[in-house]
Design a protein around this ligand. Sequence first.
Ligand code: DX5
Ligand code: ZN
Length: 218
Amino acid sequence: MAVQISPSILSADFARLAEAAEAVPNADWLHVDVMDNHFVPNLTLGLPVVESLLKATSMPLDCHLMIEDPDRWAPSYAEAGAQSVTIHAEAAKAPVRTLRQIRSAGARAGLALNPATPVEPYEDLLDELDMLLLMTVDPGFGGQKFLDMVLPKIRRARELIDRCGGQVWLQVDGGVSETTIERCAEAGADVFVAGNAVYGAEDPARAVDGLRARATRG
Ligand code: DX5
Ligand code: ZN
């Protein structure tokens, strides 16, 4: 299970996103939090900014859509060239159709679950997914405290994924830092989003290396 690190630009300077990408050449992905002020109480960026960012960096974009109508908008992110597009199970009305549209546009398809959403009802959907994202905070803001209550769900998700072939990546997002990443890795996560822990650090690239080293040990 290869560890992957996906720094979240939510904690970077929004006036300097291209520089934020350049600051982490050792990362695997750049995590882009799209928020619409409806699904979550915060507003960030949308498709035009993602399109500009795709031109400004060669780093693959991991787009996390925290929006109310992902069925309508998600395929456009994949068509624009985002390499991974994740929708929320709580928001999608036709997740199978939307996940298939993401894949047929050439992107990896992800499904995100909030901390209070159980994973078991989504077991039958695993074949439709390239990545399952388990939120380790309630979505909306960076810099929140990691929720340990999600750890048993990470373990259960890992078991479900392994039972169906182990192809699906298991991502965690929220409060992931040098002090919490080992717990997530030990529970079975393999893709780690980190906002504050990377862009709040003096040297973001070094922070990525530090997180990777700890996750590899976990
Ligand atoms: C929160 C976002 C996260 C956020 C994580 O709703 O989905 O991606 O940027 O930030 P940290 O790592 O600071 O908790
Ligand atoms: Zn996110």
